[in-house]
Ligand binder design. Structure first.
Ligand SMILES: [Zn+2]
Length: 186
C-alpha cells in the first residue's frame, strides 16, 4: 500500500484523475507530490485546450462524392485514350493516303529525286546500301506500289482497316469490368 502511494502517477491514472475517478490513495500521492501535481496541471490545461478546438466533421455524403469523382475519372479515361490514339494516328494516316492518291505525279517525282540524290552522293557505303536495296526480291513489288496509286491505296487501306480493328479490340478490352475499388463509407 505504501509502495502504491509512493510511486508517481501513470498516464492512465492522470486520465482517471481528469475524469474524476482516481483512487483515493493515488489522489493522496498527487496532493503530496509536486512532480505529479505539475504533470497533472499540464495535462488538464492540454485537455482544456483540445476541448476548445472546433471539431472537423465533413458534410454528409462526403465520402460518396469523392468516390463518385474517382469513378467518373476511371470511366472517362479509356475513352479519352482511344480518342487520342485515333486522332493522333488514324487522321495523319488517312491524310497521307488521301494526299498520295491525289498527287501520284508529285509522289513519283519525290521518290525519283531521292534516288538521284543517293547516286550523286559519292559515298561507297551508301551506294552499296542502295544496290543491296535494289537487289532485294521485294523491291520491284514495293516500287510497283508507288507507280500504281490504286495498289498503294489498297495497301494503305488494308493497313488502316487492320489498325482500326486493333483500336476496336483495345476499346473492347478497356470496357471490360474491372475489380471495384475500395469504397469509403460516407
Ligand atoms: Zn508523484
Amino acid at each position: 500500500m505504501t509502495d502504491l502511494i509512493a510511486t508517481h502517477l501513470t498516464p492512465d491514472e492522470l486520465d482517471d484523475w481528469l475524469a474524476g475517478s482516481l483512487a483515493r490513495n493515488r489522489e493522496a500521492h498527487l496532493h503530496g507530490c509536486a512532480d505529479c501535481r505539475r504533470l497533472a496541471d499540464a495535462d488538464r490545461a492540454l485537455a482544456h485546450l483540445l476541448g476548445t478546438l472546433p471539431l472537423f466533421s465533413p458534410a454528409a455524403g462526403f465520402g460518396d462524392r469523392v468516390m463518385a469523382r474517382v469513378e467518373v475519372r476511371r470511366r472517362a479515361r479509356p475513352m479519352a485514350v482511344a480518342a487520342a490514339l485515333a486522332a493522333g494516328l488514324l487522321l495523319p494516316m488517312a491524310a497521307s493516303v488521301g494526299w498520295s492518291l491525289a498527287n501520284p505525279d508529285t509522289l513519283a517525282q519525290l521518290l525519283q529525286g531521292a534516288g538521284s540524290g543517293i547516286s550523286g552522293f559519292g559515298v561507297a557505303t551508301v551506294r552499296s546500301l542502295g544496290s543491296t536495296l535494289l537487289a532485294q526480291p521485294w523491291y520491284p513489288w514495293v516500287r510497283g506500289l508507288f507507280e500504281s496509286p490504286a495498289r498503294l491505296g489498297l495497301v494503305f487501306g488494308a493497313t488502316t482497316v487492320a489498325y482500326a480493328g486493333g483500336v476496336l479490340v483495345l476499346r473492347r478490352l478497356m470496357a471490360l469490368p474491372m475489380p471495384r475499388v475500395a469504397h469509403v463509407q460516407g
